[in-house]
Ligand binder design. Structure first.
Ligand code: NAD
Length: 510
């Protein structure tokens, strides 16, 4: 028996049930802590893409016909089930992604926030009514669902990122086709089963496993009305351009390179704690991770000493271990090698390696995709290790002379996702928030992911499109407005109204 004969194949969720694939194409799903292939994921072909979209179309017809009260009951039920059973989901995330269980629980909590916001959707998708705008004429607007909407998610948040979109999309009456990352595809299936249990009609939530072929199938389908994408910048740009060309509504969130600006008056112990949390948490595989510390001199030496002290205490290991480590492995061996190559580049470009995570080995997990926390100093801002996203546990320190140098460096980068300033000077913080060309800003807060009722999204190459994720942007994105102008004749005057005669002029008010 070959390994593929015996291995589990993770497949689609279509028509309210798991649907085996017959495409004949699969990709390996690793356990990143052991390096072993633990399953294969189906990669959809055109027939499966059509089946998923067709099912979603039928699901939409049923779901969008539910009353608001009935829809709300389903969203509430989903929230209750999720809250009761989230440890199951966390274990699935850790087994395929590698992040430690407490971090997986944190991801679920931030996604659940959006589900909780979505529970209050009736107040957020109410239309508006203006009475007697002209004599006897009323105008009102309705917010209606788009239809079938596509969500394409990255590997690093297999539960939270889908929840950013599907909770609001479904609450607003749409049907969702989710194309998860092929690297950790199981969380999506668990969420789909939970929706069914919560009472969502079959087809309203569909999971299509796959790669570029599945993504292109969604982009080119005339049934799919919108695309919400999160992933790397080159793919985000491709998604934005292709979806716009096919006339879809599109939001495409891309990569990041987030800087922490440290002014000399900052509390350096607080800064060191936060730099380590935000730089190495989830092994740096967060789009809001801090990857550059801009240290306004003379603080760099002292700050680097404090960060290095803290790194020495970090425990690296299998995220599923009973005694939880601080950080787990990277997603694949290929990604670990890419992260290592950026450290090589920094070194070749003249950076000092203060702490070197290359060659990290975890006892008992020698084949796992581990990479140790790495600290680089004197990183040249011309180096690709500075200009490009690394997406691993690598923190670069750049020494600068002033606040203004920091603002200029941040604003000259290609990305604009998140940034943070650490200072006790309120005036400097206020200037920073005004001048910085970034979508999400932390003031003495290193990972400023907005709560669910504010929207999430960056600027520049970190977001293509006009709508951010969740919050009011989410409700606007997943609804389409219709304005109605109506004249109803008062029964008392019916049959007696004086005719105004034919008038081909532009309508005027009276
Ligand atoms: P990725 O771009 O490789 O993949 C994202 C999705 O696109 C996956 O579902 C994948 O199957 C699909 N995809 C990959 N290549 C494709 C292609 N050629 N054509 C069509 N579809 C394709 O990203 P990833 O490695 O899964 O995730 C990490 C990236 O996501 C990082 O760059 C990170 O910064 C970014 N990210 C951004 C945010 C944000 O909010 N801005 C949040 C999380 C992750």
């Amino acid at each position: 028996m070959t390994s593929t004969d015996s291995i589990r194949v993770i497949s689609h969720w279509i028509d309210g049930a798991e649907r085996p694939s017959s495409s004949g194409r699969t990709a390996p799903v690793f356990n990143p802590a052991t390096g072993a292939v633990q399953a294969e994921v189906a990669l959809a072909d055109q027939a499966e893409i059509d089946a998923a979209i067709g099912s979603a179309q039928r699901g939409f017809e049923v779901w969008s016909g539910y009353s608001i009260a009935k829809r709300q009951a389903v969203v509430f039920a989903f929230r209750e089930l999720l809250n009761a059973r989230k440890t199951e989901l966390a274990a699935i995330i850790t087994a395929e992604h590698g992040k430690v269980i407490s971090d997986a629980m944190g991801e679920i909590a931030r996604g659940q926030e959006v589900v909780e916001l979505a529970c209050g959707f009736p107040a957020l998708i109410k239309g508006a009514y203006s009475e007697n705008v002209s004599t006897g004429i009323d105008v009102y607007s309705l917010k209606q669902p788009l239809g079938v909407v596509g969500v394409i998610s990255p590997f690093n948040f297999p539960a939270m990122v889908p929840m950013w979109f599907f909770a609001i999309a479904l609450a607003a009456g749409n049907a969702v086709v989710l194309k998860p990352s092929e690297k950790d595809p199981s969380a999506a299936l668990w969420l789909a089963a939970l929706w069914s249990e919560a009472g969502l009609p079959d087809g309203a939530f569909t999971v299509l496993q796959g790669d570029k072929e599945a993504v292109d199938g969604l982009l080119h389908s005339p049934v799919v009305q919108s695309i919400s994408f999160v992933g790397s910048t080159p793919i985000a740009q491709y998604i934005y351009e292709t979806a716009a060309k096919t006339g879809k509504r599109v939001q495409a969130l891309g990569g990041a390179k987030n800087h922490m600006l440290v002014l000399p008056d900052a509390d350096l112990d607080l800064v060191a704690d936060q730099a380590v949390n935000a730089g190495y948490g989830a092994a740096g595989e967060r789009c809001m991770a801090i990857s550059v510390v801009l240290a306004v001199e003379p603080v760099a030496d002292e700050l680097i000493g404090k960060i290095a002290e803290r790194i020495a205490k970090l425990r690296i290991g299998n995220g599923a271990d009973a005694v939880e480590p601080d950080l787990g492995p990277l997603i694949t061996g290929a990604h670990r090698d890419k992260v290592a190559s950026y450290v090589d580049i920094a070194e070749a470009d003249g950076a000092t390696i203060v702490v070197d995570g290359r060659g990290c080995r975890v006892e008992g997990h020698e084949d796992g995709f581990f990479f140790g926390p790495t600290l680089l100093d004197h990183v040249p801002t011309t180096s690709r290790a500075y200009t490009e996203e690394i997406f691993g546990p690598v923190l670069s320190v750049v020494r600068i002379a002033s606040f203004a140098d920091g603002v200029e460096l941040i604003n000259s980068g290609q990305f604009g996702n998140g940034t943070a300033i650490f200072t006790n000077d309120g005036g400097a913080a206020r200037r920073f928030q005004n001048e910085i060309q970034v979508g999400m800003i932390g003031i003495n807060v290193p990972i400023p992911v907005p709560v669910a009722y504010h929207s999430f999204g960056g600027w520049k190459a970190s977001l293509f499109g006009d709508a951010k994720a969740y919050g009011t942007h989410g409700f606007d994105f997943f609804t389409r407005e219709k304005a109605i102008t109506a004249r109803w004749i008062d029964p008392a005057t019916r049959g007696h109204s004086s005719h105004t005669g034919i008038n081909l002029g532009f309508p005027q008010h009276d």
